[in-house]
Design a binder for this molecule. Structure first.
Ligand code: NAD
Length: 493
């Protein structure tokens, strides 16, 4: 009797649509089983301790960097990005694994707090404990770097992990699991499950102790709604519409170079990629001329040919096209490229200027190699327009003297002054957004603590003659508390 074939799906090379791999579609019951195994492995992974976890993670990071060509090749094949970009992604991901491994113990160290006057006889401590099993759901645009920003920190904190990679990059997810299991001290510490949105939904419903999601705002809403039903907490890393503010005192040459790279690298498919520029009108013409000059030197193409690759997700091409069209219909001008730059699966660079703020192209995430450059009369206007977005992920500020002042007024999770993207590569700082860009943080101590819970432990060191937490409390004790509260202006606690 023929055995029934398990349902599967294909991963495609976006350059030519060739099938590059076939992966199982994990069902709800299979996802629950994987989570049950991860839960069974969790106590041992916790007990093994910081040093053993650190050694495991450092061994994993060495293995990854030693096989950088293998994993970079899979990344490039599944996303279409150039090999050099894929290699850079691997290197940055490895540095995050190293940071999480080396700092987990310190970040989770028990902290001692002041008990206050009223509780002066108590010691007050806060311990940090791993949550248990973390479900990680990843996107395709940085299929290694992005999920590793959750996986490595969750593992270092003592959790086991079940990871659902994007259906566009399952090969990267499977490679990640296989490489970990080559050095893992035992099974089920880190498991990859493959599938479409339904498999991600099953992970949300599986009873994991937290979901760390990276992807679009639309899916984040579905994930958060589903997790609410089981009180599963979530970290949500979503889309952005990152602004670039260019002051009159900026180094325009550097600002243009970094902004065009930020907007166009990875075919514009970066959550923290520059999408809109607010440039002081005094230097706007120079900025635009240089931006056009630079755009004319780069082009999209297959790995080995283009400066950046195709749109990885075929459906994104229509969104990019509609944003270019709406920018023009709303009164914007194409100064480089235009609707004809969209030659699926590739999109050649497009530079648009003076696009009204109400345009969809200014308001919504384009996720393509398009940059909108709008003139402003003051930095105050630039800040107001930057903050007017429903997104609040990252921002870039270019100014020789006002960088910090401008940065401190931006409503977003990360700002790079006279730079771009750098915060993503600095493992010690948190990464994440506000508003529709999400909540919670990955990376750094804040990112690591996301995968822990605080356990407050207070202990009587000695007994006071006055016992406030007792039915034996006397009227004179109440009077004393009120008197002390008045005297110390509420600083009793
Ligand atoms: P997406 O939302 O389409 O998919 C993300 C993941 O969610 C995939 O693994 C997908 O299979 C899964 N999924 C889909 N439906 C689901 C459901 N109902 N329940 C659970 N999981 C489900 O996003 P994408 O297209 O893969 O990624 C691009 C988006 O990610 C962009 O908006 C980009 O800005 C954002 N992004 C954000 C960050 C960040 O750190 N803030 C980083 C990278 C990408």
């Amino acid at each position: 009797m023929a055995t029934k074939r398990k349902p599967s799906f294909n991963s495609h090379n976006p350059v030519n649509d060739e099938v590059v791999g076939t992966y199982p579609l994990w069902s709800k019951s299979e996802v629950n089983e994987a989570v049950a195994h991860a839960r069974a492995a969790s106590p041992t992974w916790q007990k093994i301790g910081y040093a053993a976890r650190k050694n495991t993670l450092l061994a994993w990071s060495s293995l990854i960097i030693n096989r950088i060509e293998d994993i970079a090749h899979i990344i490039s094949l599944e996303t279409g990005k150039p090999m050099s970009d894929a290699r850079l992604e691997v290197s940055i991901a490895v540095s995050h694994i190293g940071w999480a491994a080396r700092h987990a113990e310190d970040v989770m160290r028990t902290s001692y707090r002041r008990p206050g006057l009223l509780m002066a006889n108590m010691s007050a401590t806060v311990e940090r404990a791993p949550l248990g099993v973390i479900g990680v759901i990843g996107p395709w645009n940085y299929p290694l770097f992005t999920p590793v920003g959750s996986i490595a920190y969750a593992l270092a904190a003592g959790n086991t992990v079940v990871f659902k990679p994007s259906e566009f990059t399952p090969g990267v997810g499977v490679w990640l699991e296989e490489s970990f299991n080559e050095i893992a001290p035992f099974a089920d510490i880190f498991t990859t499950i493959t599938g479409l949105g339904e498999t991600g939904g099953a992970l949300c419903a599986s009873g994991v102790d937290k979901i760390s999601f990276t992807g679009s705002t639309r899916t984040a809403q579905l994930v958060a709604a589903q997790c609410a039903a089981t009180m599963t907490p979530v970290v949500l890393e979503c889309g952005g519409k990152d602004p670039v503010i260019v002051a009159a005192d900026a180094d325009i040459k550097r600002a243009v170079d970094a902004t065009m790279w930020s907007a166009m690298a990875n075919a514009g498919q970066s959550c923290i990629g520059a999408e809109r520029v607010y440039v002081d009108e005094k230097v706007a013409d120079e900025f635009i001329v240089r931006a056009v000059e630079l755009a004319s030197t780069i082009h999209a193409g297959a790995p080995g040919d283009g400066n950046y690759g195709p749109a990885t997700m075929p459906s994104q091409v229509k969104i990019i096209q509609s944003h270019i069209k709406s920018a023009i219909a709303d009164g914007g001008t194409c100064v480089y490229g235009g609707p004809k730059s969209v030659q699926a699966p590739f999109v050649q660079p497009v530079v648009l200027v003076d696009v009204p703020e109400h345009s969809t192209a200014v308001r919504e995430e384009t996720f393509g190699p398009i940059i909108i450059i709008n003139r402003v009369t003051s930095m105050r206007e630039a800040i107001e327009l930057s903050n007017a977005s429903r997104y609040g992920l990252g921002a870039n500020v270019w100014s020789r003297r006002q960088g910090k002042k401008i940065a401190s007024q931006l409503i977003c999770g990360m700002v790079a002054i006279n730079s771009t993207f750098a915060f993503a590569a600095i493992a010690s700082v948190p990464f994440g957004g506000v508003k529709d860009s999400g909540s919670g943080r990955v990376h750094g101590p804040e990112g690591l603590l996301e995968y822990t819970f605080a356990r407050t432990v207070v202990r009587s060191r000695f007994y006071l003659p006055l016992s406030f937490l007792s039915f034996k409390r006397r009227p004179q004790d109440d009077k004393l508390v009120i008197k002390l509260t008045k005297l110390l202006k509420g600083r009793l606690g």
